[in-house]
Design a protein around this ligand. Structure first.
Ligand SMILES: *Cc1c(COP(=O)(O)O)cnc(C)c1O
Ligand SMILES: [Zn+2]
Length: 412
């Protein structure tokens, strides 16, 4: 059963029928999927969700896809891990890590891709495409391979080696553009207007974006149908943050949460690309595009499409935005790895370092139940930490050499 009513412009409210369109003809505002929440409320229950698949498709009633089964590589239903040692280090109380590093292609982008390409197949598209800062390239190439579709993914040429290999291996076309992500995105908008392809984050972006809500759905379900007090979310285009905020309130709207949730939503950026945090700090809603220069390449969008809506969600929920340096990002990656055994990519370093900053400034409080969204795996950006990690010792294969290297360890 699909409970979609249609599409609506987020600026002027004009309504459209479901189609692969993403901007309003009248005001060029972004379109959003609208649902019949009463129909959803009578169709879903905590029990029906619990009986569903162990992927984001357990929430299909709250997603804009008819095809059942949808295209499913197993995105979602990732662990929510209690982080006591990290909480101690940060002087916080109850902290959880939503570990999205364990998705099929090791980032949260599998969630949005599985929704976008399921919808694209419904629309009859025969080729999958995307403009990517890296992780989306992995996810689209893999899901297209699984669906038997040819793919074209467009990336900035200076992307991490790991992300190029883990895209190319799926056999689609990888097109490296001599420019930054914003250049890639501009070109893709033109190509999307010229070729009959499903660009998951261009012409099917309206549907793509809905996939991010599942990070809120899972968090609530995994907390026993309760919500956190505060979440920290990495921000690139701002879509993920906006949709996590929407996800929590939708659960209440359809009766899955008894109490109206009050989840403070805070955002995390790298100082080398922090247009949303800058606008927030300067108290303006007007986001000035920047030229990115940061090791957090997956977040390096200098002209964020949903930046305005992200600021709005942060303000409405009583959150804040933080930005951290490349050095702090590396420290954040190592802090999470050392305290919790979870290896995150640079975007995760941004999130943890920002959580630390927000805790130090008193924005995130020790009395709050906090969830930090770790959206990509550390093996994807291994060059970020490689220079600071080496073997503890290099020794000859003899017991004597070991004694010499570790003289103070007590023997049995
Ligand atoms: C894409 C991405 C994000 C955030 O994306 P939005 O464009 O803000 O929705 C966060 N973390 C990682 C690892 C990503 O790849
Ligand atoms: Zn409009």
């Amino acid at each position: 059963m699909v409970h979609v009513q249609g599409l609506r412009c987020r600026e002027c409210g004009r309504e459209y029928e479901v189609a692969p369109i993403y901007t309003c003809e009248w005001c060029f505002g972004p379109l959003e999927v609208t649902y019949d929440y009463e129909a959803i409320a009578s169709a879903v229950s905590r029990e029906s969700i619990a009986a569903g698949p162990l992927s984001i498709w357990r929430y299909q009633d709250l997603l804009p896809v008819e095809r059942n089964p949808a295209l499913d590589l197993g995105a979602g239903f990732t662990p929510l891990v209690r982080a006591e040692r990290l909480a101690d280090e940060l002087g916080l109380g109850e902290v959880w890590i939503k570990n999205d590093t364990v998705n099929p292609t090791n980032s949260f982008k599998d969630r949005v891709t599985t929704v976008a390409l399921s919808k694209a197949v419904e629309f009859g598209f025969k080729t999958a495409a995307c403009a990517s800062t890296g992780n989306l390239a992995n996810a689209v190439a893999a899901h297209a391979a699984h669906a038997g579709l040819p793919s074209f993914v467009f990336i900035p040429a200076d992307l991490e080696q790991g992300k190029i290999v883990t895209t190319g291996v799926y056999g689609g076309n990888v097109v490296a553009i001599d420019g930054n992500y914003d250049d890639v995105n501009r070109l893709c908008a033109e190509i999307a207007g010229t070729y009959p392809w499903a660009f998951v984050n261009v012409n099917v972006r309206t549907f793509y974006a809905e996939g991010s809500k599942t990070l809120a759905f899972e968090t609530a379900e995994q907390l026993g149908w309760e919500t956190p007090d505060h979440v920290v979310v990495p921000v690139a285009s701002g879509s993920l943050l906006t949709k996590i905020a929407k996800g929590f309130s939708e659960l209440h709207t359809v009766g899955l949460l008894e109490d109206e949730p009050h989840v403070r939503v805070s955002g995390a950026q790298a100082t080398g690309c922090s247009p949303v945090e800058t606008a927030w700090r300067e108290g303006t809603d007007t986001i000035k595009p920047v030229k990115p220069s940061t090791i957090a390449k997956s977040l390096a969008i200098g002209n964020p499409a949903d930046g305005y809506f992200a600021i709005e969600a942060v303000r409405e929920t009583g959150g804040a935005l933080a930005a951290v340096t490349d050095g702090e990002i590396v420290e954040g990656i190592k802090l999470l790895a050392r305290t919790e055994g979870i290896f995150a990519e640079t975007a995760g370093g941004v999130t943890i370092a920002s959580l630390k900053k927000l805790a130090e400034s008193g924005v995130v409080r020790p009395d709050e139940r906090v969830v930090a969204y770790i959206t990509g795996h550390g093996l994807k950006t291994i060059e970020a930490v490689a220079p600071t990690v080496a073997p503890t010792a290099v020794i000859a294969p003899s017991l004597d050499a070991f004694h010499e290297a570790f003289p103070s360890i007590e023997e049995k």
